[in-house]
Ligand binder design. Sequence first.
Ligand SMILES: Cc1ncc(COP(=O)(O)OP(=O)(O)O)c(N)n1
Ligand SMILES: Cc1ncsc1CCOP(=O)(O)O
Ligand SMILES: [Mg+2]
Length: 219
Amino acid sequence: MGGYHQRNKRWIKMKLKGLYLVTPDYSGDWIINATERAIKSGVDILQYRDKTSTFRDKLAIGKKLASICHDYSVPFIVDDDPVLMDILGADGIHIGKDDVPFDYVKSKYPDHIIGVSTYGSIKDALLYQKLGADYVAFGSFFPTKTKDDATICDINVLKGIGPINIPVFVIGGISRENIDLVLKYGISGIAVVSAIYSHNDIEDQVSYFKSKLIEYGKN
Ligand SMILES: Cc1ncc(COP(=O)(O)OP(=O)(O)O)c(N)n1
Ligand SMILES: Cc1ncsc1CCOP(=O)(O)O
Ligand SMILES: [Mg+2]
């Protein structure tokens, strides 16, 4: 088991709700600074998602992000890679259909948070819930420039999430303009990249999303 710290996993799993910030591909240390400012302003969960850096660079970047999450008691999730998760001492991993199989991660890291993309499938969400996933993510519901191969799902799928009793997040093109369209469903939170990182006032944007989550009783 790697990592320079390991946190109480049961406690950290209780924090899986609210505003879930996902990083853009690394393009300079402004991302570290922006992440810290966003977390200080109220982000609830962070995912390190970086499709372009080398593994060596991801170790250095991830270490800085892990340290920020540790300081603010925010769950730290790594996208795709269980080895990176382990070495960074992250709290968990997010996997999708092209990633390492769920069963492999669950058997090797039974106590870590495992989040799974289920796109627009309630059936898959219920399957992964049964297999022990800690949360599921639906989306994309709106066009996004952050993920080239994102597929657009019908938002009406969210009408069927009632039987899912693990946290449900939605992702993909979420903005000030459309946030109400997803928050009216029984989801646990929203996951965003560009709405926060591409905004010129990160603190204001985080505060806005947090106030919306509170308005709908999600925080
Ligand atoms: C919170 C959250 N939801 C969905 C995704 C997408 O995961 P995946 O389908 O594996 O696509 P990539 O992110 O790997 O391109 C996510 N990362 N986080
Ligand atoms: C990782 C991911 N998975 C589905 S859409 C997406 C990107 C979301 O980014 P943005 O919030 O900028 O649309
Ligand atoms: Mg993935």
